[in-house]
Ligand binder design. Structure first.
Ligand code: MSP
Length: 679
């Protein structure tokens, strides 16, 4: 691989007709894990997600909720953003189809298709499925949608058509020449069969609907929501913009390397999208990967069944990594898989708390105890045993195997391979009994103890590096405890045996995966029950009682209550006081000088859930144009105040430097998602 080779991965953009659930989280987590591994391998990675906000489905949901489509879309899109913030999703951009940059890209694409002669006007009379936003060919009034089974509606309108029929041969030959274009194989076969059965031209505009992007030059029509949605993959990286930087960005990242999607939207991505791109003279994405469906306890999640599971519930009780690990380990990627709280807790306890957690805690605790927290020097000759080299050999084999399986999207098998190493090292520790060796006197025993613990720690490091994309928070903590710094900066291409710096100091050793008890399952059921029974189904329900496994126990233990809190008056504040301040990562969207003063800037800052106007006294230190796109820390729960007649809703955090107290904005070395909370 060339250094810095680009890798562009996308999730589907999510409909804003309803709140996100664990199925949406699944697609996003899979992409996040892939993106994290690619970054670690040195790829110039761009990970895009976003929301699909136009169309009849959203318009109707908004009307039902008594809101305008824009208000409704703003609210639900913000829910996605804040959920992805909480989930630590490392996306590089979040596109909304209601943004001007998307509208511009979409209109450009439409004009190109038109200019190339692939669009004409005609009359469509037939069936339409609102739920799937799909024209259903050859159906009679009232017949069910072939995708979701819901009754279709008869529509008759003058539309713009796309000459899809002209692309059947080209598509078939593309599928043949690029077998990697559609994966897995079964989906590829389905697509080929669909195209071979004949393609009819596609209606790509609606005149009975207002909530969409107007057709260029004919604003009575809005563009069909699927054409609108698919175009996000291009518009987000600059397509349609005349700005030089945008043009370069598009040239650099397009075509996408991976469009990750659920199996039910394969036709849109593997037939319509490539046909639109071929017609517009644009390169086709390298691959479309379809995953299966997440079922709840074997049945499809649905509102009517009341069995929709929210990612928030699992995160609140079990933490992000528990959810990520479960979804990638338990579900065979590509196939449908079942989710249940019992299975989640069982997996967590066996693989994370028992296997990895135990390996980390006993290895690190023994190094702290017997070697004063310094990585011991293994002896190359004294008291070595074949079992030491067997671990090394297995680790090297796992490094190769894990990479190969993961890169073929066989996440479950890749994790199984990494966990086979964990199992082997735990067995090695049981057999070599370092705790008994530590009791014995003499040079030889000391050398033996050093070799055993070094071997275990090195294997732990290898597992952490490999598993980081799947469980980034906990492997990050293990990495710190190994004294290795920031795990995301590790160059995975260079992962080998024997890289742990000898004599290196360990960080503070703390349990990474506390065991989850039975109440975790009950708490999740209870939270789901409450979430499903509140009409708005607040996605920000308070965490259940008790420390969740992912939360450092110290945080809860340090929070004084009652008398202890009252006693804390020696100029120090309690953690509870600190937690009252809501600090969030925001991104500056616009910045301009405030008239009549040379000190103030008026900023619009996106904090994930909304865009805030903030008036900041930083104009002497920062030119407004240098701030656009910059991530800042904002105090998000300050009472609004007026400055020069402008309401300021929050405060930007900055260091005050030198005699003049010049502001230097607080920021991050790593990329952080917008809306992420600081604590
Ligand atoms: N808006 C379209 C996509 C447009 S992309 C140009 C859409 N949105 S969606 O919100 O309905 O679905 C988005 C993704 O979530 C799809 O990949 C879908 O498969 C996934 N999931 C939604 N529910 C799911 C499960 N229960 N299980 C797994 N994933 C499912 O389609």
């Amino acid at each position: 691989m060339d250094q810095g080779q680009k890798f562009y991965i996308t999730t589907p953009i999510y409909y804003v007709n309803a709140r996100p659930h664990i199925g949406h989280a699944y697609t996003t987590i899979v992409c996040d894990a892939i993106a994290r591994r690619k970054r670690m391998l040195g790829y110039d990675t761009f990970f895009l997600t976003g929301t699909d906000e136009h169309g009849q489905k959203v318009e109707r949901s908004a009307i039902d909720a008594g809101k305008t489509p824009q208000q409704f879309a703003d609210e639900v899109s913000a829910l996605y953003r804040s959920l992805f913030g909480r989930m630590n999703i490392s996306y590089d951009d979040f596109i909304r189809t209601t943004e001007p940059r998307h509208q511009r890209g979409m209109q450009e694409l439409f004009s190109r298709l038109h200019g190339q002669g692939f669009i004409y006007k005609g009359t469509y009379t037939g069936q339409y499925c609102v739920s799937d936003e799909l024209y259903v060919d050859a159906a009679c009034p009232g017949s069910p949608c072939p995708v979701c089974g819901r009754p279709t509606e008869t529509v008759s309108e003058e539309n713009y058509y796309f000459k899809l029929s002209a692309f059947a041969e080209k598509l078939l030959s593309h599928y043949q020449q690029h077998p990697e274009f559609i994966r897995p194989e079964t989906r590829r076969n389905e697509v080929i069969a669909f195209v071979k059965s004949g393609l009819r031209d596609l209606s790509i505009s609606r005149s009975t609907l207002k909530w969409g992007i107007p057709v260029p030059g004919d604003p009575k029509h809005v563009i069909y929501v699927w054409l609108d949605a698919l175009c996000n993959y291009c518009s987000a990286i600059g397509f349609g913009s005349k700005d030089e930087a945008d043009e370069k960005k598009f040239e650099h990242y397009w075509p996408a390397d991976v469009h990750m999607i659920g199996k039910e939207i394969i036709r849109f991505h593997c037939v319509y999208w490539p046909a639109f791109l071929l017609a517009a003279g644009l390169p086709l994405p390298k691959s479309v990967i379809a995953h299966g469906w997440l079922l709840f306890e074997e049945s499809k999640m649905s509102k009517t069944r009341g069995n929709i599971v929210r990612a928030e519930t699992v995160i609140d009780v079990m933490g992000n990594d528990a959810l990520r690990y479960f979804l990638l380990r338990e579900i065979v990627f590509g196939q449908d898989g079942s989710f249940s709280f019992d299975a989640l807790v069982q997996r967590y306890n066996s693989d994370l708390a028992n296997d990895l957690g135990n390996l980390a805690s006993r290895t690190l605790t023994m190094i702290s105890r017997y070697f004063n927290s310094s990585v011991p020097y293994p002896s190359p000759t004294v008291a070595r045993k074949p079992s030491d080299d067997a671990i090394k050999e297995q680790a090297l084999a796992v490094i190769a195997e894990f990479g190969q399986l993961f890169d073929e999207y066989q996440f479950s098998r890749a994790l199984e391979s990494a966990w086979s190493l964990i199992g082997a090292v735990n067995k090695y520790l049981v057999e070599e009994e370092p705790w008994i060796v530590a009791e014995k006197d003499g040079e030889e025993s000391r050398a033996r103890l050093a070799t055993i613990l070094y071997t275990a720690a090195e294997a732990l490091r290898v597992v952490a590096a490999l598993a980081y994309p799947v469980i980034p928070e906990s492997t990050g903590r293990i990495w710190n405890q190994l004294g290795l710094g920031e795990i995301s900066r590790f160059d995975l291409k260079e992962l080998k045996w024997a890289q742990l710096p000898l004599g290196g100091k360990l960080g503070k050793v703390e349990p990474v995966f506390p065991r989850a008890d039975k109440t975790a399952i009950e708490r999740m059921h209870q939270m789901e029950h409450e979430r499903n029974s509140t009409p708005s189904g607040s996605s920000t329900a308070a965490p259940a009682e008790g420390a969740r496994p992912e939360q450092p126990a110290t945080q809860a233990a340090h929070a004084p209550t009652g008398a202890a809190a009252a006693a804390a008056t020696d100029g120090k504040i309690t953690i509870d006081d600190f937690l009252k301040v809501e600090l969030r990562v925001g991104q500056v969207k616009t910045a301009e000088r405030v008239k009549g003063t040379d000190k103030l800037l008026r900023l619009e800052v996106d904090i994930g859930t909304e865009v805030r106007q903030v008036v900041a006294g930083i104009a002497l230190a920062y030119a407004p144009e240098t701030l656009i796109g910059r991530k800042v820390v904002i105090v998000a729960n300050l009472q609004p105040r007026k400055l020069r007649g402008l309401e300021s809703n929050g405060m930007i955090v900055a260091a005050s430097v030198g005699d003049q107290g010049s502001p230097v904005l607080a920021g991050f070395l790593e990329d952080v998602p917008i809306g992420a909370k600081l604590k």
